[in-house]
Design a protein around this ligand. Sequence first.
Ligand code: ZN
Length: 202
Amino acid sequence: MNIEQIYKDSSALLEGHFKLSSGNHSQFYLQSAKVLEDPKTAKLLAEELAKQIKESGIKIDAVCSPALGGLIAGFALATALDVRFIFAERVDGQMTIRRGFEVKENENYVICEDIITTGGSALEAAKQIQNNGGNIVAFAALANRGFCKRNGTTNSPKENCKLPNNVPLFALDDFTFEMYSPENCPLCKDGSTAIKPGSRGN
Ligand code: ZN
């Protein structure tokens, strides 16, 4: 399965000159929600991710996603794994599990995101599961930005990866691209102007 092509075909992988939320510039931008716009594509990707997890032999009882970004990917993964799905959400900046969701003692959870950058939100959701007595046996994402090491590759995690290195991260592909400070951006030097992705009238 050519994940990069699926992202391109869904306009989820954009090429141009972008100003990222960090302030850095990049030639590429991942608009993860776009790849999940077509439910058939979401199902296909989640089934591929579920296959990787099943092949690892790790037993999963439930999927938990941090809202908002991880919800669709997590729900699709839970469907493919045929397990429960719950989510964690921020209340006054603090990740919490509410809405009557119950974490049972010693249940095995996979934390699922649409994309893992440094894994900060995924880690916060994981801590909430653990505080409620559940186990974190895996992290999962459709796309990995290359800061953390995904299962099956030999890359080393970058120092800003927040995920624990004793729990595997399952992802469909690495999307590692160069980021430049505005002063050192070769695209700026070529005379083009960086745009904020998604800022065209929305
Ligand atoms: Zn630039």
